[in-house]
Design a protein around this ligand. Sequence first.
Ligand SMILES: Nc1ncnc2c1ncn2[C@@H]1O[C@H](COP(=O)(O)OP(=O)(O)OP(=O)(O)O)[C@@H](O)[C@H]1O
Length: 264
Amino acid sequence: MSKPMVKVENVGMAFDTKSGRFTALRDIDLDIAEGEFVSLIGHSGCGKSTLLNLIAGLTLPTSGYVICGGREVAGPGPERAVVFQNHSLLPWLTCFENVYLAVERVFGTKERKVKLKLRTEAALEMVHMAHAMHKYPHEISGGMKQRVGIARAFAMEPKVLLMDEPFGALDALTRASLQDELIGVMGKTGATVVMVTHDVDEAVLLSDRVVMMTNGPAATIGEILEVGLPKPRNRLELAHDPQFADCRAAILEFLYQKQMKKAA
Ligand SMILES: Nc1ncnc2c1ncn2[C@@H]1O[C@H](COP(=O)(O)OP(=O)(O)OP(=O)(O)O)[C@@H](O)[C@H]1O
């Protein structure tokens, strides 16, 4: 791998709780290349969000360090945009204004308003939300809100896009159409992405590599699967692809045999 975009080096994370110190993560080593799409998968509570938050700089590790774009992560920054499960749009702003606010924060000091508006519109068009850009969040569906959240993140042109179960709150059909849209957007932007998911099919469909985490406490990386399917991917074609089935089976085996046995 050429110089990684994200480097997680010997990271451990412990929380001080009422009942003492709780070690959530230990010995996490992970290099993510520029343009790579990596999913984090594992049983509930194993520490996927904790790891994503460490890369986002929302929390700092108790041991080891995280490097992004050659610099140590010491807090959140616009080069690492985060998309959460629940859109987190500001309810008093329209879709356009929600995206514009982020664009202005990142580019406002060096670009004119007309350019900022164009950036905002382009991001909303990319997720097919241009038609509803002047609507307020309460006027649009959950899937549409999530599209706006993704547009806002891409509009910031982050080096790394971090997504914590971005489609987890959506029904299966909306989720599938957003995954397909994300495949299209990825093809255009070549962004580096780290995504937390519980969905095995989603992980295989979208990822270059799937990082499988052991059960907590003191969770770590158990196995890493190289997906290797050519991109862009088409969900209908993959439904009959033996390589897709093998990837799926490898993850299921890790989650429901190897990890379940340990938990038992
Ligand atoms: N701020 C905190 N203080 C104490 N414990 C925490 C804190 N944040 C997370 N934890 C604990 O760390 C462990 C990992 O939590 P995390 O939310 O990262 O898991 P997860 O794999 O993302 O879970 P899920 O799939 O259910 O969202 C859990 O046991 C959780 O209770």
